[in-house]
Design a protein around this ligand. Sequence first.
Ligand code: USQ
Length: 390
Amino acid sequence: MKVLILGGDGYLGWPTAMHLAARKHEVMVVDNYLRRTLAFQTRSESLLPNPNLEQRADLFEKKTGHKIDVCIGDITDYEFLRTLVADFCPDGLVHYAEQPSAPYSMRGHGEAALTLKNNLMTTLNVVWAVMQERPGCQIVKLGTMGEYGTPNIDIEEGWIDLEHKGRKDRFLFPRQAGSLYHTTKIMDTDLLWFYVRMANLRVTDLMQGPVYGLTTPEAELDNELMPSFHYDDIFGTVINRFLVQAVAGIPLTVYGKGDQVRGYLNLNDTLQCVTLALEEPAQAGDLRIFNQFTETFTVNELAERVVCAAQRLDIQVAISHVSNPRKEAEDHYYNPMRHGLVELGFKPQKLTDEVVMDMLRTIEQYKARIDTCIVQPRVTWGCHRSGELN
Ligand code: USQ
């Protein structure tokens, strides 16, 4: 299969590219280094040294013999993307090319506008480039479990059957996100659903929970092939942050009461799910939605797991309940369904003590690179400032 990966420099994009290339797909990655730029501007750089895409693609080819084509450019530029799709003729397109941070999107007006423009324009351009140049190409789009928010009813897989005044119909499951970033993903889903109805597109929208992990079988070939791994308050996800905090001797930053529940998954599980979505494509005219996570945990449970695994490595870790910088329910019902990917063959990997210990050991090798000034929350929901970090 010829696969175009948009956002190929990212935490998920680069490991996905290597994984698909190792499975003998013909892969091209595209990126404009937006996340690197934003991370640099907000003092939120990756823990691991990440050479640029050309350097990593060269190294990967030397190590494995598999080629990954690299194209540097901006997906919000429609002519650039349209020409690329016309020239490369992809069978599958994976769309990761979005500003991925909730805190970044809540930092000020400039950041909110960038997130909205970037995320919606990339999605609109993907739809149009496929419609105009490659109508049979399937689109695999990364959405988020955060689209649903934390409703007081079970979360179905994308859709819900409703009965109203004696009549029945099927609708997108109600969505109510907790950040502007998550809200752009809701808007993406609406855009995709509109164009699926209008143009018979083949789309899989993956509602993914927060991801953890820093290695994949391909990344283990060389430390310069590792993904961008963030532990700061803006681009880092909670488990990755707790692991780095444990190694740095910083008490784990549980926000508020810590009873917030989310569905988490290992980076390797993301690769498995995206591969399944590509290799078992959606039908034309179908917006297929999968809930993509492995296990649900409260933040308190995550902190306790990191403390226990760290103790087994003789690392003593404390937990601190810091004032919650976000507006979110801290104690709520959470019961999301997860059938579609399992039916396609998804075999999830659990967050065991061994998995946590392995990650801690890897992070210890990079301990000297940890910047302890970028761990505590710097962005507060509702602060509405622009320019300087709060
Ligand atoms: N949290 C803490 N302490 C921290 C960091 C986070 O208690 O130091 C809490 C948050 O308040 C939240 C939960 O942990 O309740 C998850 O936070 P997160 O930062 O790991 O995840 P989030 O901001 O929701 O976003 C991440 C990714 C995003 C993806 C999303 C999936 O950055 O791209 O869409 O996970 S989900 O959360 O299911 O919407």
